[in-house]
Every structure is written in structure tokens, then in C-alpha cells.
Write a protein that binds this ligand. Structure first.
Ligand code: SF4
Length: 307
């Protein structure tokens, strides 16, 4: 099949000569937007798991989690190369000395890289220097920033607790240190028009970031979005609308920006809506079909500084 977007799987395969499997880790981090430093409420879409699909109890050390995760994946797929992924909550939200103890446990045999999910207001030069210090021997070292939208009015509405300028600064400091930078975006946030979402695509397209994860707004049990949804205040896109919006979005991105996710769906048992958001592979297939129908692909409408 034709390549309609630059997939993360293909990117890692080219880099390491074979498929690379993610091992998800939970180092027991919290989030300043939940523990009271910024707020007690969290982002309005975030459920209590902090966007994490847990594979094992977090009483295990990072090294034990890695070994256990690798064993399971090896058994199932005969996998040989792995990427350590710190996903739960805010994975730079500790002093540098403690971060060093945690990250130092990562690089055992067959780990070819590390990806760290965090907030842009939870990094500084020292933390980024530490992360950059693991960047040698052709490893893939990435930092992932939740931003969701480039519009400050939206960031305020969804209670992010930081603005777009903060994200821009974190990206710049990360890029200066040679780190791969991935941004997380949500399509269909409350108050956002199609044009707002396309503005997010155009702005991110010109920031020099390497990758992006795109999610559809989902209503997770017990979140503020859930409450608003019950009050009839949340509009959710249909599957067709989402597919069309994702294609519009990807067309505006640079052709070489790595697409690391096209549909985050949270834990199935806690997802209230949309009901169509279930089978990721099927959805990706439908997105590819839409590109085929349009005769376009990622980057078709990309232009430098088209802000
Ligand atoms: S920053 Fe992440 S973990 Fe913290 S409240 Fe927002 S989505 Fe949840």
C-alpha cells in the first residue's frame, strides 16, 4: 500500500534495522496539575491513570518493569529491540538527582532508546542536559510534551496550567540539546473550530519538532469532560468527521514529521464516548483510504511559515 504518512514504526525500523517494541514504564511520578502545585483538578480530559495503560504493578523497580515487559513482548512477538517509554503522569517531575537514578536503570541489553512523556513546564536546562546525556551510540532519545492545542484560550479552558509560550521554550531547549521532540495534540477540544485545529497544525509544522501524537477527544469516566458531557456541553466528532479532520491536519504537517499515534483511546473500561473509538488499526486503515480518495498525503499542503 502507498505510504500516506510517516509512521513511527517504519521510522524506528529504518533506524534499527528491525521492528522496535515499546515497553511502557511507571516510575511513580505525580503531576503538578493534580497534586496541587498548579491545581488539584488536572486537565479536564485526564482520568486518574494519567494517560497510562499499566502492564505491571508500579511497586516493581524500573529495571524489573523493563525485564518483565521485555519478557512478555519477546514471548509474543520474538522481539529483539525495545524502546523504554515513561508514559504515566509527568516523567520529569522530580529533582535531577532522582531522575538520574530512574533513567540510569533503563539501558540494559536490547534497549535502543528512551521516550519521556512530560509537561513543558516541568523541564529546565539541568533536566534536559541529563536526558541529553543518554543520547549516544545511535540511541533514540525523545521527550514528549503534552500541548494539545497552540491556542492559549483553549489551554486555559482545558486547565493545562501553562501557555503555548512555555511549550515553545521547552521545545527550543530540547532541540538545542539534540533531543527528538514529540508533541501531543487533541482534536475536537471544546471551543475549537476546524480552523483553530488547522492553525495548531500549521504552527507545530514550523516549530522544528520531530514527531506528533494525535488523539481524538474522548470522554473518560470521572473527568471534568465527563461532567460537561452529561450536561450536554461537549460536542464529539463522528468517526467520519475525525477521519476528515485528521487528514486535513496531516496534509499541513511536514512530510517527514513522524506520526507516532493517530488515535489515542484511553482504557476501554473507562471510556464513555465516542463508542466508535475502539480499533486503532481499523481507524488507521480508514484514514489511509480517505487519503487515497483525496489523492493526497501527509505534507500535501505543508508550507514553511504558513502561519
Ligand atoms: S498534565 Fe498529563 S497527567 Fe497531568 S493532569 Fe494533564 S493530562 Fe493528566
Amino acid at each position: 500500500m502507498a505510504q500516506y504518512f510517516a509512521s513511527f514504526g517504519d521510522y524506528l525500523k529504518n533506524l534499527f534495522g528491525e521492528k522496535v517494541y515499546k515497553v511502557t514504564l511507571d516510575a511513580g511520578f505525580s503531576c503538578p496539575n493534580r497534586d496541587g502545585l498548579i491545581s488539584h483538578h488536572g486537565c479536564i480530559f485526564c482520568d486518574e491513570s494519567g494517560s497510562f495503560s499499566r502492564l505491571y504493578p508500579n511497586s516493581l523497580s524500573i529495571r524489573q518493569q523493563l525485564q518483565s515487559g521485555i519478557l512478555k513482548i519477546k514471548k509474543r512477538y520474538h522481539a529483539k529491540k525495545f524502546l523504554a517509554y515513561f508514559q504515566a503522569f509527568t516523567n520529569t517531575y522530580k529533582p535531577v538527582s532522582l531522575l538520574k537514578d530512574i533513567y540510569n536503570q533503563v539501558f540494559i541489553d536490547n534497549i535502543v532508546g528512551m521516550s519521556i512523556g512530560t509537561r513543558p513546564d516541568c523541564v529546565d536546562e539541568q533536566k534536559l542536559d541529563l536526558i541529553a546525556s543518554y543520547n549516544f551510540d545511535n540511541r533514540f532519545i525523545q521527550i514528549e510534551y503534552g500541548i494539545q492545542s497552540v491556542h492559549d484560550k483553549t489551554l486555559k479552558l482545558i486547565n493545562r496550567g501553562h501557555d503555548f509560550q512555555c511549550f515553545e521554550k521547552a521545545c527550543r531547549l530540547s532541540k538545542e540539546r539534540g533531543l527528538n521532540v514529540c508533541a501531543h495534540v487533541i482534536l475536537g477540544l471544546p471551543g475549537e473550530s476546524h480552523s483553530d485545529m488547522m492553525q495548531t497544525a500549521k504552527t507545530l509544522a514550523n516549530l522544528g519538532i520531530n514527531g506528533i501524537k494525535i488523539h481524538m477527544l474522548a470522554v473518560m469516566q470521572g473527568t471534568k469532560i465527563h461532567q460537561l458531557f452529561n450536561e450536554g456541553k461537549i460536542y464529539l466528532m463522528s468517526e467520519d468527521e475525525y477521519i476528515s479532520t485528521v487528514c486535513d491536519f496531516l496534509e499541513l504537517l511536514p512530510p517527514d514529521m513522524i506520526i507516532q499515534r493517530l488515535a489515542g483511546n484511553g482504557k476501554r473500561e473507562f471510556r464513555i464516548q465516542p463508542s466508535w473509538l475502539g480499533k486503532k488499526l481499523e481507524l488507521v486503515g480508514k484514514i489511509e483510504k480517505e487519503f487515497q480518495r483525496r489523492n493526497t498525503k501527509q505534507g500535501s499542503n505543508f508550507s514553511h511559515n504558513s502561519l
